[in-house]
Ligand binder design. Structure first.
Ligand code: S3P
Length: 171
């Protein structure tokens, strides 16, 4: 079984790197947010608004469990919060699963998220000044969960192609 699971903060490049990696190694690419949206026929923002975050976290956790316990091979990008709710340490460490934390610094995340915060329910209401402080604090709280991955890749100042080949070297 070959399952590659990418984790990291919002804006860390999970989707871009996940789809590039999947085409490089010839595996299907899955995005957990997209799976949730397909299943519920709503966008992530709509789910947060109409059903609330707790409902979203339950659905996210349930789908993550199902995907990691099936027999399919894939590259999967998690949502930024997926490893931080419920206990998923066993899934990240499971045989046949290569879990990778894409580590990106706060200033780079801030630059990226500034342009995209409207589509992200946890960031949409913050003004630009609050954003950097929020990211710094939130990432500090989440890093212990991200560090449960089997590998950590430092993604500052490195191209997508080089990140993909670093990951390939770990498979
Ligand atoms: C979230 C990250 C989002 C999405 C949801 C919550 C988070 O995914 O799952 O908005 O808690 O960090 P991305 O990391 O793909 O943006």
């Amino acid at each position: 079984m070959k399952k590659i699971v990418l984790l990291g903060y919002m804006g860390s490049g999970k989707s871009t790197i996940g789809s590039a990696l999947a085409s490089a190694i010839g595996l299907p690419y899955l995005d957990l947010d997209h799976q949730i949206e397909q299943l519920s026929q709503k966008t992530v923002s709509e789910i947060f608004e109409t059903k609330g975050e707790i409902y979203f976290r339950r659905l996210e956790s349930q789908l993550f469990n199902e995907l990691l316990n099936n027999n399919e091979n894939f590259v999967l990008s998690l949502g930024g919060g997926t490893p931080c709710y419920y206990n998923h340490d066993d899934l990240l460490q499971k045989d046949g699963v290569t879990s990778i934390y894409l580590k990106v610094s706060v200033p780079i995340l801030y630059q990226r998220l500034l342009k995209e915060k409207e589509q992200r329910p946890l960031l949409a209401r913050l003004d630009d000044e609050e954003l950097q402080e929020f990211i710094a604090k939130h990432l500090f709280e989440r890093e212990p969960y991200y560090r449960k991955a089997k590998h950590i890749i430092n993604c500052n100042d490195i191209s997508v192609a080089n990140i993909v080949s670093e990951i390939e070297n770990k498979l």
